[in-house]
Design a protein around this ligand. Sequence first.
Ligand SMILES: [Zn+2]
Length: 135
Amino acid sequence: MPPQLREQLGRLVEECVKLCPMFGFYEMREFAGLDVNKMPRLTKYISPNGNSNSMCHMGMLGVCKFDDSSCRYVRVDPRDLTDDFVQEYIRVVKPALEKCLEALRQGKKARRPSPAGRGGRGGFGGAGRYGPAQF
Ligand SMILES: [Zn+2]
């Protein structure tokens, strides 16, 4: 997690991971309605087709399940984070993490696609990756 985010978000993420070791975007989406397409963007991390947010948001939170070579999204270099982006990111993500923590404390579990449907490069992505598992 970039140091700019750690002070505000580090503890919340830690608590979520304690309750849900697989904690990640499925929880954020289901418990907090977080939409990757509405996440703050940095110009440098918008993919060449111009309409997709290519940064690894789970890497931003330190919970990406993949390493640098297997994650299909781009790891953000903390030096690329602008103050405005950091403020906006915290504004969007902090309440989402709080909702997740609340849900996890109530014992809720997010639906996940079957692991059998996933192959090759993983990561957390935009629209279209969350339908029923593809075989
Ligand atoms: Zn990732």
